[in-house]
Ligand binder design. Sequence first.
Ligand code: PEP
Ligand code: MN
Length: 265
Amino acid sequence: FRHGEPSDVVVPTPNGPVVFGEHQPIVTIAGPCSVENEEMIVDTARRVRAAGAKFLRGGAYKPRTSPYSFQGHGESALELLAAAREASGLGIITEVMDTADVAKVAEVADILQVGARNMQNFALLKKVGAQGKPVFLKRGMSATIDEWLMAAEYVLAAGNANVILCERGIRTFDRRYARNTLDLSVLPVLRTLTHLPIAIDPSHGTGKAEYVPAMAMAAVAAGADALMIEVHPNPAKALSDGPQSLTPERFDRLMQELAVVGKAV
Ligand code: PEP
Ligand code: MN
């Protein structure tokens, strides 16, 4: 692994450059699990921006457990993300699942997300490593820290130094009350192992909206560089991950609460 000084990841957005790093303000990424239609994505973008988010998230290509679940609107959703970027000035982060889609996704996205299920898709890691956009690498749900760092190393070795690590919860034995176990111990541990910025996703980490604020606060208190939070204008009607999505109002309140805990957001 590469040691040394923490390295900032600087991402240009229409609203100006946003810097991810240990000595930087916390960067918040917010938005729905999936891009559903133009109105909801543009509306969400405006509302999360007003609350202080710097990036809009939203899946065009969704890695669903069942092939019969909503798979994302694909290419047409990329166009809607471009419209939301234009309307809000927010940077865009969206998942790429297939090596064949990397160039297309990179045309719209300011950051490419590699999801938990693809953390060790080495062909995909090499491909995102060989293009110029920063990469947001989620921890696999059963990945050790060493496996996760080696996955990041694939991207770095391919020539892309701009990698952000994201803890999103791991599988443990009890899934009755929380979807995953959010491993916040990675924050101090990774500081000793890597210079890369570290994000925490309390939405996938808990699976339940009511648990998200507490874990977001804990992540900030423990030194997270960035947060990824699912926000949907009408969680009850969401096509994916509604139960863990905050309303824009609740997200706005959380952003105010977070400012009290840690570095200004
Ligand atoms: C997501 O961010 O919507 C997602 C699918 O995340 P993960 O890969 O962490 O499950
Ligand atoms: Mn999701």
